[in-house]
Ligand binder design. Structure first.
Ligand code: PGA
Ligand code: ZN
Length: 437
């Protein structure tokens, strides 16, 4: 039973306020910190900000904190909910209490903090690690799958100060044999990449972006991928490490239906949807790219559908789907993509995130778990990745505490599973469809 619900305003990895929630039960005190995006999708659940420009530049979350303290907390206590058996009911109750389709009244940041803390409370009451509890909640079974970590080692878009329009260029160590080995490979390439960038552009170019990746003065995706090729080759991992990209193209989609790859520069570089498709096809032919996320804008459905007809790799909807079952159904109908990005704060409860993942699985799609660019040291998404058996996640570069917290937690989970003699497979090349392992 929940005896207290507390909330406070704390800071995220960009130094902006975020919500912290503590749920107290007879098993202990369970905390959650809520993440926050920069390239947020228009259709995401509402993150409540105070909008008082004189305090934290308008980014305060005291209203959301107050909603937890004064509305959600007392109501959950009064209803005598038990997180051990009633996470779904708790989440549904909070949705009803909010009463809007997008959590605009109480705030998805308020609701999610409570939902995550309740999941932790439930796991503890049940005497289970969080991933095991979430696995049960999701009805997942079979061997445990450790994900391929997708490391965002070159940052552009709205996550860095360079002129590269594409937001994320990632490394995927698909040729590793365990999660721990994948971490080693990713970290070695990351450190080598730093040297490669320093030699080419000078030491000041090794500064990092919001997700811990480097942000050298490059503009074109080919420049980024060539840097990766060099670093991967120097480390001897050619063929074992593949690439992925999240252009986060809603950020540079124009009202006239074209894309402006020069949006961070003063000079426009306008490309038509057909031109963007050609660009991606060219890049996929030239480099071993295994996953493409948000190559087109969140409402540019016809281009998604056209590209998906022949796209040979995992095509992930992030802003397109916003972890929302309604958007997933629309995308299925339009045959727009073949994978869903899972961000818990896009939808605002753990239960709904699990439902969206289960729907995606049932459609034969991939599910790719993701952090946000504004993160905290909360490592919840590591457990949800193993709990759902998604086979891959992205949590930024192997650098910066808030990014590494998730990777470290995953290494802990892998060693715990192995020590307990449980069947535990590394997703490797099968990251899109780990159930086929
Ligand atoms: P965001 O970036 O957290 O700023 O939205 C992550 C992403 O686009 O995948
Ligand atoms: Zn994205």
């Amino acid at each position: 039973m929940i005896s207290a619900v507390r909330a406070s305003q704390r800071l995220d990895s960009r130094g902006n306020p975020t919500v912290q929630v503590e749920v107290e039960t007879n098993s202990g005190i369970f905390r959650a910190l809520v993440p926050s995006g920069a390239s947020t999708g228009q259709h995401e659940a509402v993150e409540l900000r105070d909008k008082d420009a004189s305090v934290y530049g308008g980014k305060g979350v005291l209203k959301a904190v107050q909603n937890v303290r004064e509305i959600i907390g007392p109501a959950l206590i009064e209803k005598k909910f038990n997180p051990q058996t009633q996470l779904k009911e708790i989440d549904q109750f909070m949705r009803d209490l909010d009463g809007t389709p997008n959590k605009a009244r109480l705030g998805a940041n308020a609701i999610l903090g409570v939902s995550m803390a309740c999941a932790r409370a439930g796991a503890a009451a049940e005497g289970l690690p969080l991933y095991e509890f979430l696995r049960r909640e999701a009805g997942a079974s079979g061997p445990y799958v450790m994900p391929v970590p997708f490391f965002n080692v070159l940052n552009g878009g709205v996550h860095s100060g360079n002129t590269m329009a594409f937001q994320e260029i990632m490394l995927a160590p698909v040729g590793a044999t365990s999660f721990e080995e994948a971490m080693r490979m990713g970290s070695e390439v990351y450190q080598t990449l730093k040297k490669v960038i320093s030699e080419k552009y000078g030491a000041p170019a090794t500064g990092i972006g919001d997700e811990g990746g480097f942000a050298p003065p490059i503009t074109r995706p080919e420049e980024a991928l060539d840097l990766l090729e060099t670093a991967v080759e120097k480390c001897g991992y050619t063929g074992k490490i593949k690439y992925a990209m999240d252009p986060a193209s809603s950020e540079f989609f124009r009202e006239d239906g074209d894309y402006d790859l020069g949006f961070k520069d003063k000079t426009p570089n306008v490309v038509s949807p057909a031109g963007m498709q050609e660009l991606y096809s060219r890049l996929m032919t030239k480099y071993p790219i295994v996953l493409l996320e948000d190559p087109f804008a969140e409402d540019d459905w016809p281009t998604w559908t056209a590209f998906n007809k022949t796209c040979p790799i995992e095509l992930v909807g992030d802003d397109l789907l916003v972890t929302n079952v309604e958007r997933v159904r629309m995308a299925k109908e339009k045959k727009a993509c073949n994978s869903m990005l899972l961000k818990v704060n896009q939808i605002g409860t753990v239960t709904e995130a699990i439902e969206a993942a289960n729907l995606a699985f049932s459609l034969g799609w991939g599910v790719f778990v993701s952090h946000r660019s504004g993160e905290t040291t909360d490592d919840f998404i590591a457990d949800i990745t193993v709990g759902l058996g998604t086979g891959h996640l992205k949590s930024g570069a192997p650098c910066r505490g808030e990014r590494v917290a998730k990777y470290n937690r995953l290494m802990d989970i892998e060693s715990q599973l192995k020590a307990a003699g449980k069947e535990c497979l590394y997703a490797g090349e099968s990251f899109s469809f780990p159930s086929k392992l």
